[in-house]
Design a protein around this ligand. Structure first.
Ligand SMILES: [Fe+2]
Length: 160
């Protein structure tokens, strides 16, 4: 997982990550922390095994680590975070040794991760959307009543 560790240690990644943690320090809803990125990575890995998708573990973890890092640009510059995240992939991932094809796949996952569209997407493109939602413990969340997620998105039972 050398390349994944390089993402986390990348100076631009660290700068974006630390600024995001500061910006969300007092946020009462779900935060976008290292724990969230690791939960998403591990859930994506489960999904890839259950659906027998042949995607490398490093591509899965890179996707999870990059998928919400653009949220700081959404907060500061009003750029949708999936677009900001995809743009950051082009800067950070080549430095960490990811190939052009891998970066293209990771960006596709990130760009589509806010849309649930079971008609047009293969399991491949549902993976990040699913893992992102499943990672949240809504059943135990004090903010449930005020959350803007609809009941369909919420995890009201433990099943993963
Ligand atoms: Fe997320």
């Amino acid at each position: 997982m050398k390349r994944v560790n390089s993402i986390y240690r990348h100076p631009l990644y660290q700068k974006k990550y630390n600024t995001l943690q500061k910006a969300e320090e007092h946020r009462r809803f779900c935060n976008h922390t290292l724990e969230h990125f690791l939960d998403v990575a591990r859930l994506m890995y489960i999904y890839s095994m259950e659906h027998e998708l042949s995607i490398s573990k490093e591509v899965i973890y890179a996707t999870a680590f990059m998928h919400d890092i653009g949220r700081i640009d959404q907060i500061e510059k009003n750029i949708p975070h999936e677009k900001a995240g995809a743009a950051l992939c082009d800067i950070i991932l080549p430095d960490c040794g990811f190939t052009k094809d891998e970066i293209g796949m990771i960006k596709e996952f990130i760009i589509h991760h806010r849309t649930k569209d079971t008609e047009s997407y293969q399991p491949l493109y549902q993976m990040l959307y699913w893992a992102d939602k499943k990672s949240r413990n809504c059943f135990a969340c004090a903010m449930q009543a005020e959350c803007n997620w609809n009941k369909e998105k919420m995890n009201l039972e433990i099943d993963y």
